[in-house]
Design a protein around this ligand. Sequence first.
Ligand SMILES: Cc1cc2nc3c(=O)[nH]c(=O)nc-3n(C[C@H](O)[C@H](O)[C@H](O)COP(=O)(O)OP(=O)(O)OC[C@H]3O[C@@H](n4cnc5c(N)ncnc54)[C@H](O)[C@@H]3O)c2cc1C
Length: 359
Amino acid sequence: MYDVVVVGGGIGGLTVAAAVSARGLNTCLLERQSQVGGCVARVEFAGYEFEPGMGLYTSFGAGGVYEKLFSQLPVELPAVSLVTSPYVKRSADGTDIRLSSDDLYSIDGGPASIAERLAQSIKLSGGNVRLDSPVLRLAFDDSNRATGVDLLSGERVPARKAIVSNMTVWDTYGKLIGLNRTTPEIKKHLNTLRGTGVYVVYAALEAAAVARLPGELMCVEDSEGEFTMAISPGSSGPEGKRAVTFTCRTEVETWFAYQSSVEDFEEWDQEALERFWERLHRAMPELGSDIEIIETANPRTYYEQTRRKLGMVMGAEGAAAAAHRTVLPNVFIVGDTVSAAASLDQVVVTAMAVAEEIK
Ligand SMILES: Cc1cc2nc3c(=O)[nH]c(=O)nc-3n(C[C@H](O)[C@H](O)[C@H](O)COP(=O)(O)OP(=O)(O)OC[C@H]3O[C@@H](n4cnc5c(N)ncnc54)[C@H](O)[C@@H]3O)c2cc1C
């Protein structure tokens, strides 16, 4: 019998599991994928290691949230260094503004290394990290108290003290708790919450193109909105090439509407890539022909990877304070749909608060 069972090994689930297991609670984290990290899990294709996000990582300074968290754990925070090159904002007319920040960090091994370090911490504290273990739903006793979780395999994993969901608010109620146990008020609230998806292009850049760019982290505005560029630090690919990630927001429904056939979807996906490719070259002419597309990701990819409803990955706009508590007194939610912002540091802040409540 565990004290705490955590469903999901994204940064939120890992943080709460690492914090409570370091305090001596017998903890089991269940992750459906074969690696931890969720949205920040390693992205590797064709010998390149891609930045999984936009490369904007903050709050690693003294007194910051990571220092507070890792000071409680039996592992060290991965090495981080201040990003010294400017963050460049390119406006729609092509003007570049170089912004310097004293709170923008590059993480050795990328953000996945934080996830991996937290998993190591759980194990060192005597906890269990079980990969390839999808959870189906909560288990209840006769008095309607949640007593653990049922895995897709049929196994039941009991929890004496608390169950923590690292699924989104929508999925926690829709799948884990069940809509029959969700009050009409909460159902109404969940319908008012909105999230967005992202369309991501992973590409290889020749060193010559990198040298022509005004910076390695950029936000580019254009007539369609904006997209970001993050070149992975260090040697992220074969000799003379660098891995680069372009990210723009996309609304999610259309990615799921094109399901009438695989061909329909592939056509839709190809068109999206062609549109983005044109957009990219219009806004960043210095890339020239020194760029090669390696892979793309869209809301469907994120759904496959994390099971987040409709592949929505940018938090939940309008999430209420204290949303980390659920209708069940011993069931909590962590993650970016209950955090102040969809960013790693804010997910960690909420998860540490939940760990405090569980003790
Ligand atoms: C493209 C992109 C760029 C970003 N850029 C940045 C950035 O530059 N800086 C920054 O600070 N933040 C960035 N973010 C935000 C940040 O990465 C996320 O907010 C954060 O990683 C989300 O963590 P999470 O704990 O909420 O959940 P997730 O990462 O979604 O993890 C949830 C986990 O639960 C697992 N799971 C789901 N269902 C089950 C089940 N039934 N059983 C078992 N396990 C299950 C999933 O497999 C997953 O591993 C970015 C996000 C994206 C998508």
